[in-house]
Design a protein around this ligand. Structure first.
Ligand SMILES: [Zn+2]
Length: 197
């Protein structure tokens, strides 16, 4: 088990290495053009999609989009830190902790199995979303799935959220693994709502 909560140090290192740059009002982070926004911007957008398409379909749209963002960020991390596999994934959680996503606890990670089990304690995203009858941190699991696809060098990696603070649990728990293993798994009802068929 590894607790990742020292994002401030990761950010300090990025600044020291010139990987976080403010130039004439424009921010560049690890070569990516970036802006800082409150979480409500993402949650409002998620709720618009959920109202338009239904909760599960809206969640899937958020997941698909943030998977692409996760891939972009992981590719930037490779260029800057030259890490791969499980090391890259852990580096990604450090960056996420720096970015304000919260305190990550990685319970298990295996490059060989393309597998990772992690949780976010007192998730900022969940707190901002509010109460729900289903897991709602699609931004987080999309970013995680995209980063894991790059880290494990497989495009068939997915991430589902098994418990969410929005549902009343203390932690948001996530499982990353190849898509086929999810489909064969037991909690199919939960999974099929979070992965496109
Ligand atoms: Zn959650």
């Amino acid at each position: 088990m590894q607790v990742i909560s020292r994002g401030k140090m990761f950010g300090a290192r990025l600044m020291a290495e010139g990987q976080l740059k403010w130039d004439d009002g424009y921010l560049t982070a690890m070569g990516m053009h970036a802006i800082m926004l409150p979480i409500s911007a993402f949650i409002s957008f998620q709720k618009i999609l959920e109202d338009q398409s239904g909760k599960d379909a809206g969640g899937l749209q958020m997941y698909a989009q943030f998977k692409l963002v996760g891939r972009e960020i992981a590719n930037a991390l490779i260029k800057v830190h030259r890490k791969h596999g499980s090391e890259l994934l852990l580096c990604n959680w450090e960056l996420a902790s720096f970015a304000g996503f919260g305190k990550f606890v990685v319970m298990d990670v295996s490059m060989k199995k393309a597998y990772c089990l992690f949780k976010v304690q007192n998730s900022n995203i969940a707190n901002s979303y509010g109460k729900s009858d289903r897991p709602s941190c699609h931004t987080m699991r999309g970013l995680a799935a995209g980063a894991a696809q790059i880290a494990f060098e497989r495009d068939d990696i997915e991430c589902i959220e098994t418990t969410c603070k929005c549902m009343g649990y203390s932690d948001c728990c996530f499982k990353i693994q190849p898509r086929d293993l999810f489909i064969e798994g037991e909690k199919y009802d939960l999974i099929k709502k979070q992965i496109e068929e």
